[in-house]
Design a protein around this ligand. Sequence first.
Ligand code: PEP
Length: 252
Amino acid sequence: MIRKKLIAGNWKMNCLSKDGTALAQAIATEVKANKFNCDFLICPPFTLLGLIKKCLRGSKIALGSQDVHFAEKGAHTGDISPLMLTDLGCGYAIIGHSERRVDHFESNELVCKKAVAAHNAGLNTVICIGESEKEREAGETIKVCQSQIEGSVPNDATAKNTVIAYEPIWAIGTGKTPTSADVQEVHAAIRKALAKKLGTAVANRMRILYGGSVKPNNAAELLSLPDVDGALIGGASLKADDFINIAKNVCK
Ligand code: PEP
């Protein structure tokens, strides 16, 4: 069973043209110079997608958005459709990040609807799930993740068009991470939930990323776990050296 690791950067609401260009160019140069045995994805803010696409040319780094609307076009002020993203050269869209679930009240149902629309337009999706601190303390982590998989992942999901990102909310941007044993336990449970929904063959091939304070010094351990197939990286993806050092520690 081969699941090629995916190293994905989520720039969130950071970078203007100048620093975004410098960051993307520095990452692209390193990725071209090293023969990493993994896939790469960079998700800048919407405003930089066109510019960063040019910086990544010839680098084999995929470009993704941080969200997408479910409609093809129409009266949705401020939103971006899947076709607008493919038109810009995006191959991926992150969907259901906890910052959207919390700040924009996005439900599992909405996340699922967005994923279907993205897939129909030819985009791959990174569907994010993960428990809050309160849920973890109440011992509900696995139950929460199972129900997010059930509600957010569409029935048309395949190992090719869908990547799952498990991101405990309390670990995002905090410097805290679960123990390796905890991460493996949750990832194995997520794969089991995927098997229930999509069948074992699809579940065994689908990549499940870990996200939440991944840094160069903890990436090797986290990404060596049997059910961890890459990382979704926030803060450390904003420093070219950190992002590349994560790849160097994981994808040699
Ligand atoms: C994220 O928000 O997707 C994330 C994992 O952030 P950080 O790496 O900064 O914790």
